[in-house]
Design a protein around this ligand. Structure first.
Ligand SMILES: *[C@@H]1O[C@H](CO)[C@@H](O)[C@H](O)[C@H]1NC(C)=O
Ligand SMILES: *[C@@H]1O[C@H](CO)[C@@H](O)[C@H](O)[C@H]1NC(C)=O
Ligand SMILES: *[C@@H]1O[C@H](CO)[C@@H](O)[C@H](O)[C@H]1NC(C)=O
Ligand SMILES: *[C@@H]1O[C@H](CO)[C@@H](O)[C@H](O)[C@H]1NC(C)=O
Ligand SMILES: *[C@@H]1O[C@H](CO)[C@@H](O)[C@H](O)[C@H]1NC(C)=O
Ligand SMILES: *[C@@H]1O[C@H](CO)[C@@H](O)[C@H](O)[C@H]1NC(C)=O
Length: 511
């Protein structure tokens, strides 16, 4: 179903595969900011944070053709360890259902990492921006419901003359008014988008599962204008993520509870195919936890609330996307933080190194957490800003895997994550403060997993490529043994030339 390489774009895809790995780093991004609730007439500017892992000076241009009389054009530089904050005029924030030209283009001469933060007073969330080379042509949207204000999504045009078809979900009372037409559940919205086009769809009835199909790659933001998540309190908060295209969805995940909370977490499992079966196997303070989920239809979701103690392994038989919602702060509780929407990176998309930065809080600083997943035997190889994790870090075993997960606090500013043993790491950045919070992946690969993995003829150690197409990246040890038990020896190694001599390591060599 998911084609990331279409007709004339095939050569671009071939070129991308030849150039290496697709991930959240890139040299071109098109982003936008969705509707958010202005409190007391004090409209706060949306923010873009830009950083890089390049040692060299990176030149960046931010531009937009402009709306009414506020043309956007700014230039700056960053290099490793620096973060640049750009404030965007509030006119760029989308308003309810609208078709407009409010996309913001970010171009650089070397790879950069970009985050968008959409903040109003006590209503904010952030997203990890995906570069245009990693975008796709098929998406399903996510929101929280009941919506409190509105559920939202925004389609961002990257190429001129892009035909976009949106199939609205089967939600009762869905009523979207666009260009004088009313659209209801199960109806199509078909239109053409150009580069810089932004189409925001807004509805009180839940838009989750809206199916977006296009003939050229588009970007999609999704979430809520302002939502109460769970029954824990009254406060409301903006929700947003930039969505992974269906072609990058995975089948295996590790969940980590939002740190230092007791309210529990809410998860939404969203299916891309009919008859999807999911198992959740975890530990809650040492006690086994099992859950089974069945989703009958593509685009449908199941929502679960799990304990704040649960660390789990999620396995699906078909590609899914998994979201975590941090819950509303309890009234009078000291359980700080508020709703945010977090894309849980699939294990298949874990990368070996990340550069990320913490956003700023309107009234002081967030308490920021780096939530990680790593191979148990290599956990002491994990480096945060070139240092080992603190000695008191707690590592939670993930049942049915060789992985452990945990979290550490990180200071305000930019950070790097690597592993001296060259293994992949999963990571989420989460921040909380009084009545505010944000969360998004620190980074991830964006390999087209579901459009046919190509077995690689040549393997490099720790190349972040799934050389044998088994869904795992660099899972073998290169020790002359079949570590993953698939009948192949050293076919997808994380590291280092073999210590024992194996004549001509051939990818996928049979035992
Ligand atoms: C930024 O814009 C200037 C012209 O205004 C151009 O010369 C330069 O190549 C651009 N840089 C990037 C990275 O796009
Ligand atoms: C897209 O269309 C606009 C308006 O017609 C035009 O100015 C622009 O050059 C086109 N962009 C590309 C990349 O073709
Ligand atoms: C909209 O697009 C879909 C998918 O391409 C198609 O099946 C449907 O007939 C279109 N509807 C209209 C009204 O053009
Ligand atoms: C949908 O919304 C429009 C605009 O608010 C309104 O005119 C129309 O009556 C609504 N339709 C239904 C079926 O509620
Ligand atoms: C926020 O953190 C920065 C860097 O650690 C520090 O310089 C600043 O004083 C902090 N601000 C507040 C209000 O705590
Ligand atoms: C991880 O790397 C360290 C430092 O290079 C090394 O001492 C250790 O043996 C490595 N561990 C494994 C399991 O490869």
């Amino acid at each position: 179903m998911a084609f990331s390489c279409l007709s004339i774009q095939i050569w671009i895809c071939v070129l991308q595969i030849a150039l290496g790995v697709l991930d959240n780093k890139g040299t071109e991004f098109l982003v936008a900011f969705m509707d958010n609730k202005v409190l007391h007439g004090h409209d706060i500017k949306p923010e873009l944070f830009v950083t890089t892992d390049s040692r060299h000076l990176v030149h960046i241009n931010i531009s937009s053709p402009g709306i009414s009389n506020s043309q956007l054009r700014t230039q700056f530089t960053v290099s490793r360890g620096q973060v640049h904050l750009v404030q965007i005029d509030t006119n760029y924030r989308l308003d309810h259902t609208e078709s407009s030209q409010k996309a913001i283009l970010i171009q650089s001469d070397k790879d950069i990492v970009v985050y968008g933060v959409n903040r109003e007073s006590h209503s904010d969330d952030g997203y990890l921006a995906l570069p245009t080379d990693a975008l796709g042509t098929e998406y399903y949207t996510i929101s929280y419901s009941p919506s409190y204000y509105y559920t939202l999504f925004t389609v961002i045009g990257v190429y001129n003359d892009t035909s976009v078809s949106i199939h609205l979900p089967n939600t009762p009372h869905l009523n979207v008014t666009l260009n004088g037409h009313n659209y209801h559940r199960n109806q199509w919205i078909n239109l053409t988008l150009n580069r810089f086009s932004t189409l925001e769809i807004s509805s009180v009835a839940d838009l989750t599962g809206s199916h977006i199909l296009s003939d050229k790659a588009v970007g999609v933001l999704s979430g809520n204008k302002k939502a109460v998540v769970g029954n824990t309190g009254k406060s409301r908060d903006h929700l947003v993520e930039m969505l992974l295209p269906v072609s990058s969805w995975g089948k295996k995940f590790v969940t980590i509870p939002i740190p230092e909370r007791h309210a529990g977490d809410i998860f939404r499992f969203l299916a891309s195919e009919d008859n999807t079966q999911i198992t959740v196997h975890g530990l809650i303070e040492g006690k086994q936890f099992h859950d089974q989920i069945k989703i009958a239809k593509a685009g449908h979701y199941v929502q679960k609330q799990y304990s704040s103690g649960l660390y789990s392994h999620v396995v699906s038989d078909k590609p899914i996307t998994l979201f975590q919602f941090s819950m509303t702060q309890q009234r009078g509780g000291n359980d700080l933080a508020d709703p945010s929407l977090i894309t849980i990176p699939p294990i298949e998309q874990y990368a070996a190194r990340y550069t990320f930065t913490t956003p700023q809080y309107s009234m002081g600083n967030y308490t920021n957490y780096f939530m990680f997943v790593v191979k148990s035997s290599l956990k002491h190889g994990l480096r945060l800003d070139h240092h080992q994790l603190p000695r008191n870090t707690i590592y939670h075993h993930i049942p049915g895997t060789h992985l452990v997960a945990g979290y550490v606090k990180v200071s305000v500013g930019t950070h790097s994550v690597t592993n001296v043993n060259h293994t992949v790491v999963g990571g989420i950045l989460f921040g909380m403060a009084e009545l505010e919070s944000y969360g998004f992946p620190v980074g991830l690969l964006l390999k087209p997993l579901n459009s046919g993995c190509q077995r690689q003829k040549a393997m490099e150690y720790g190349d972040e490529i799934d050389n044998d197409c088994d869904g795992d990246v660099d899972e073998e040890e290169c020790d002359g043994k079949d570590d993953d038990g698939d009948g192949h020896i050293d076919e997808d190694c994380r590291c280092c030339a073999p210590k024992i001599s194996i004549p001509n390591v051939i990818v996928g060599r049979r035992r």
